[in-house]
Design a protein around this ligand. Structure first.
Ligand code: 4AD
Ligand code: MG
Length: 430
């Protein structure tokens, strides 16, 4: 019977066939060990000199790292083996004897590994990261579905900017001029919220950002819930619940992966809303106390975020930024018109902004003014203005950057390992 390694525990003392690749091999006296992976897990297979057929036993000597193979044998419980089971091998068939596999167990530089990303994905560490990414994605869908949000995906080819015109990738679009790769599905989600109440999109977004920090990708995945009738307070509460749900899920289902990554999970176990909050002004004061002066009106940069967040062991909500450093659609604070009703959430331990969101300007005239101030085209946004003409209501939403969260949960220094095939300023291959 063909089974996957993840299922092996259910087949103790039975003969099974496993299909996979050789991770490595070693010998000890009369015993030969093969470590095999099939993507679902790692299995130790053993060959015993006095039990295996001679030609099967000898084929061990030929085997090389990443050779593709099929093995058959009886499964035994063995607490010393990874996963607690071991296969006593009786038959071995090769698909291909791999020659000169470029990634050896020795250390390689990050440039080399990124250049071989298509092969690097086979390593245990990368697999642990991507299983955790998978679990986080599942948790997001489960959480939102459980609260009656409908997934309503936004187009990726768009006629206009959402998050500022300086970071747009453009492409020509037949006889209609330029199209832009979406920076955010938010504007479409606002239309969705007026139709369905609670909506979200979850897909790739694009930023032609010339920043080469450890937090920036040019293509990254974002989940964007948008909620009719929600005010800033309600948005913060949704964001807190979503983050806690995601962390709990990973702690419940991906402990082995976190362990393999040597992640100190005490930090994750502490996460518990409500999260601490600072207004932008309080954040500036805190920076000043730490000897960093930031003029009112400047956005917080990565270094400032790291410094502020390091004062807390929970995600930190920073709210009410100056309107001058934020997007056109954000609603002004009725109590101080220099500010907008927005919130960013910074991950603890220096992983930076994981969520950005706001209440949206729902008044037609106010919004038209903002569009002018930001030099955007009212013509391109006429459908968006319609939402303020036909039954406008207070509403808002936020975007959570998946790779930033994966990097935080896994304890990765750089977001480039948090996505299967990263796209950055200097990387479009493979
Ligand atoms: O703060 P941002 O730009 O917000 C928006 O796009 C809103 N329209 C979202 C909304 O309200 N629906 O991006 C949201 C999040 C950031 O907090 C960050 O986690 C992530 O997306 N992000 C990036 N992640 C990786 N690489 C980049 N270049 C990123 N830019 C933003
Ligand atoms: Mg932001």
């Amino acid at each position: 019977m063909i089974v996957s390694i993840a299922e092996c525990r259910q087949y103790l003392n039975q003969e099974v066939t496993i299909r996979g690749w050789l991770v490595h091999k070693r010998s000890s006296g009369q015993v030969r060990f093969l470590i095999i992976r099939d993507g679902s897990g790692i299995l130790q297979a053993i060959l015993l000199k006095n039990k295996a057929q001679a030609e099967v036993f000898q084929s061990f000597d030929l085997l090389t790292q990443e050779s593709s193979l099929v093995v058959t044998g009886i499964l035994h419980a063995d607490s010393r083996a990874p996963g607690g089971v071991e296969l006593e091998l009786s038959r071995l068939d090769l698909f291909q004897l791999t020659k000169d596999y470029p990634i050896s167990p020795k250390e390689h530089g990050i440039g080399f590994l990124m250049e071989h990303r298509h092969l690097w994905l086979r390593s245990a560490r990368q697999q642990a990261i991507l299983w955790i990414r998978h679990e986080l994605i599942r948790a997001i869908h489960d959480f939102l579905d459980g609260h009656h949000f409908i997934q309503l995906d936004a187009p990726l080819l768009t006629p206009a900017a959402c998050e500022g015109t300086s970071t747009l990738f453009s492409t020509s679009y037949f006889d209609q001029g330029s199209a832009y790769l979406s920076q955010s599905g938010q504007l479409y989600m606002e239309a969705g919220a007026m139709a369905f109440g609670r909506v979200y999109c979850f897909g790739p977004t694009f930023r032609a950002e010339k920043s080469k920090t450890r937090r920036h990708l040019t293509e990254f995945w974002m989940v964007e819930p948008e909620i009719a009738f929600a005010d800033l307070e309600e948005l913060i509460s949704w964001a807190e619940k979503l983050i806690s749900f995601m962390i709990e899920r990973v702690l419940a289902k991906r402990r082995p992966e976190l362990q393999l990554l040597e992640r100190d999970i005490a930090f994750l176990e502490k996460i518990n809303p409500p999260f601490p909050r600072l207004s932008y002004s309080q954040a500036i004061d805190l920076l000043a106390q730490k000897g960093v002066s930031l003029p009112f009106g400047d956005d917080l940069g990565g270094d400032e975020e790291t410094l502020i967040a390091s004062q807390f062991d929970q995600p930190l909500v920073i709210h009410r930024y100056p309107s001058v450093c934020k997007a056109f659609y954000m609603k002004r604070d009725p109590e101080d018109s220099r500010l907008v009703l927005n919130m960013d959430i910074l991950a603890p331990e220096g992983y930076g902004e994981i969520i950005g969101g706001s209440a949206r300007e729902e008044d037609l005239e106010q919004l038209q003014e903002r569009i002018k101030e930001h030099n955007l085209s009212e013509e391109d946004l006429r459908w968006y203005l319609d939402l303020r003409r036909f039954g406008t209501v207070p509403h808002g939403g936020f975007g959570l950057g998946l790779e930033r969260v994966v990097a935080w949960v896994c304890g990765l220094k750089h977001v480039r390992e948090a996505i299967p095939f990263p796209r950055t300023l200097y990387r479009l291959y493979p």
